[in-house]
Design a protein around this ligand. Structure first.
Ligand SMILES: [Zn+2]
Length: 394
């Protein structure tokens, strides 16, 4: 028998776990600082991952391991054979190798690149693990704790993609919670999808006077760009198309041999991204085809699937109840996070902030202020317990 209800918050072991999170708030902050000070540039999360694996191990989680993408994974077995709940935070930052990632602290104010996004999520995940271990609470569902790689930018969600691929450690999970950054009110249940392209056009090139009339990659790409910006876009759900970067050519007095254009498309619904992809392909084919001698190549340089978790899902209900339990007004929100991938696969998924305030994310001036910090860790734990269920006290 397991308890799946509001009575969970009244269970003395749960009360103990909540108190533990308040009492160990300083430990949580120290973990946040420690992990933030281990550089984790895109595609180089290994060192921070190793430290997280040690923390998982020291806390008593079992089968600590990493997968092919570099995700760090650990189990906390449940009392039932129900499908697992995945709880995660991302290891990577947007900051390149060589960035000074030291953290400075004045009281509750911490400054350092990545201190909130996502050192806060990692520290919150560890706080939740320690509180569970300290209270001896046993959940009905097994819990899978994961530090993911590749959440940011060109990482293109490769960590969660590996986790949820067929045969991946998250396959068959019943739900997914990503702990990401600060805040107490937002619950991300809409996953903004994006697909990004690099269009490269090549031609013979030549002298801009002597060879004028030779097929010109830049002329073709400019026609392509003009037509793409005129494509009709869905308003509901909102879809966007942005010409983001362009370049090419060798000299002011030369017909380019090569030119390129990068295009970013976004929408919460994959079918709209699919349709934009087809339109982009046909525009490129037509415009490049007008000048014999040109070759075009379209690379998909980013693909984040969109999706959503319906409000009626028990996981969302759990997060709403846990947020209200902190005396807050929950807001269902749209963002692009690790939760996108399970959402797109139909697995209930959401992303929660972990308390405190933060700002200037993705800059080296990023800061985190620990106001209501424990409310963030308690909200995360409460959401997990409501969804995973707990076994009665022995
Ligand atoms: Zn993040």
């Amino acid at each position: 028998m397991t308890t799946h209800s509001s009575s969970i918050a009244e269970d003395p072991r749960v009360q103990q776990a909540f108190s533990y999170l308040v009492e160990t708030d300083e430990t949580t902050l120290r973990t946040q600082i420690e992990l933030s000070e281990i550089a984790a540039p895109p595609f180089h999360e290994g060192k921070r991952g190793l430290r997280l694996a040690r923390l998982f191990h020291a806390a008593g989680l079992v089968d600590v391991r990493s997968d092919e993408a570099g995700n760090v994974i650990a189990d906390r077995p449940g009392a039932s054979d129900e499908r697992a709940l995945v709880v995660s935070a991302h290891l990577d930052t947007v900051f390149p190798e060589g960035t000074d990632v030291s953290v400075t602290r004045e009281g509750d104010l911490l400054r350092g690149p990545g201190i909130s996004d996502d050192a806060r999520g990692l520290a919150c995940m560890m706080a939740v693990v320690r509180a569970l271990q300290d209270s001896g609470l046993r959940t009905a569902r097994p819990l899978l704790f994961v530090g993911t790689v590749g959440e940011e930018g060109m990482g293109d969600l490769r960590g969660v993609k590996e986790l949820f691929r067929s045969g991946g450690d998250g396959e068959g999970a019943s739900g997914f919670i990503s702990l990401d950054g600060a805040g107490l009110d937002r619950i991300v249940v809409h996953g903004l999808g994006s697909r990004r392209y690099r269009i490269t056009v090549q031609g013979p090139g030549g002298h801009s006077w002597v060879d004028w009339g030779t097929a010109n990659p830049l002329h073709a790409l400019n026609r392509v760009g003009g037509r793409l910006t005129a494509l009709p876009l869905s308003k509901e759900p909102r879809a966007t198309l942005t010409l983001a970067r362009t370049g090419g050519g060798t000299s002011i007095n030369a017909i380019p041999q090569e030119a390129w254009l990068e295009v970013d498309t976004r929408c919460s619904e994959s079918s709209h991204l699919d349709s934009l992809q087809e339109q982009i392909r046909s525009v490129v084919d037509e415009e490049v085809g007008r000048e014999p001698g040109l070759r075009a190549r379209i690379e998909v340089v980013g693909d984040r699937p969109g999706g959503e978790t319906p409000e009626e899902e028990p996981l969302v209900q759990a997060a709403l109840e846990a947020t209200r339990g902190r005396g807050r007004m929950p807001q269902l929100a749209l963002s692009s996070t690790d939760a996108n991938v399970p959402m797109a696969l139909g697995i209930p998924a959401l992303t929660l902030g972990c308390g405190g305030d933060a700002g200037l994310a993705h800059t080296t001036d990023e800061w985190y202020r620990n106001v209501n910090g424990p409310d963030g860790t308690i909200r995360a734990l409460h959401t997990i317990l409501l969804y995973a269920g707990i076994t009665p006290a022995a």
